[in-house]
Write a protein that binds this ligand. Sequence first.
Ligand code: ZN
Length: 467
Amino acid sequence: MRIHFHGAAQTVTGSQFLIEISGKRILLECGLYQGRRAESYERNRSLPFNPRKVDAMLLSHAHIDHSGNLPSLVKNGYTGPIHVTGATGGLLKLVLLDSAHIQESDAAYVNKRNARRGKPPVEPLYTTPDAEAVLPLLDGHAYDEPFEVIPGVQATFFEAGHILGSAGICLDLSEHGKRRRLVFSGDIGRRGLPILRDPKLPPHADILMMECTYGDKLHRDLHEAELELRDTVQRTFRRGGKVIVPSFAIGRTQELVYCLGRMIEQGEIPQIPIVVDSPLAVGISDLYAKYPDYFDEEAVSLMKKGGKERALGYEYVTFTRSVDESKALNGKDGPMVIISASGMAESGRILHHLANNIGDPKNMILIVSWQAPYTLGRMLADQAKEVKIFGESIVRQAEVATIGGFSAHAGQNFLYEYAKAAASNSEAVFLVHGESKSALPFQEKLNGDNLSTPVYYPGMGDQADFN
Ligand SMILES: [Zn+2]
């Protein structure tokens, strides 16, 4: 058996791992690499293996850095099954079509510039029909129910508690009469995240491939993050301002709505208008409501008391779909919360809300997730006094607050617990999906412990053999 590390190797993006076993090939994840434009385009376009020769693929969850290059895989000849959980399949329909739309508009933007400079046009990485072609290949499975991937390989999805439908993948492999268990963590969630069930610890494995995004970091308490959210909303309400929140469409938006709904219900904040203004976030919020089987006990018991809408906090929220509804928000005065995408304020409707509200000191811009360097979101988080939106410089008067505690990734303590559960006296641990500043301290911590298992941090293109 051979494992190839084709992505999310010494970085946190473009997750892609290929397992060769008994003359067959199984792909784990097919994520989009996200970085500087030209480099990303090249990497995503040229897959490092032949998709026609892949026999089956498994996907841990619907985030774009794990799933976003599926349209390229299928466009280049992959015709096998894509094994997912039921909710991941549901999310992918929205996420991949949205991603295709972004690829198309990105290419259109570049082509306009190229035309002015007399350069040839570029093709979008993939198109809407390419994304649509992925959907018939999706094969949904329940958690904890083993299924055959190829003869001699069984897979079982187990709860990862990271976003709706997220799973760790347990593979039972047999080759030349030798049996092995390989656990691939996908992204590992946290205990106590709103709506979602807690992540499950993995079974003991011979080989563990695990993420280590926050391998160096102890998270602050989720409860603390909720208190900060409450205080920020109260403070803005008292001065009659609007709270503008750039937020990722999957997960973070639904968590915020859930928390705000509960605070209104318990009288902790006044019943101010809350608006979710992003077509993708609205679609995904609808989808969350269709999968109550995936909710945790708290959400289920709230649902029994007050119905699904109230349990998810949707009762207090207006979801806007059309551009006209979105524009109408500009004319509305008074306190309100507007949650909109994109999460790093790079594109989408959030830009209009920022442009319209950033100049008023009554208002609040609330940053609730990690912001990549050079994005508008990062500049705001760094308290820039002046920013460029739609090519125009605007002086910021609004307050900017950052709440760091909402991460959907496990911190160091839970990662450690996870590694210990899966890998003691095992053949290998591979740390993936982590920058060196988080992976190396975590590797050291695991090596310092008596796991009696070698811990590796493979680079891009590396491979590991098991006889
Ligand atoms: Zn993820």
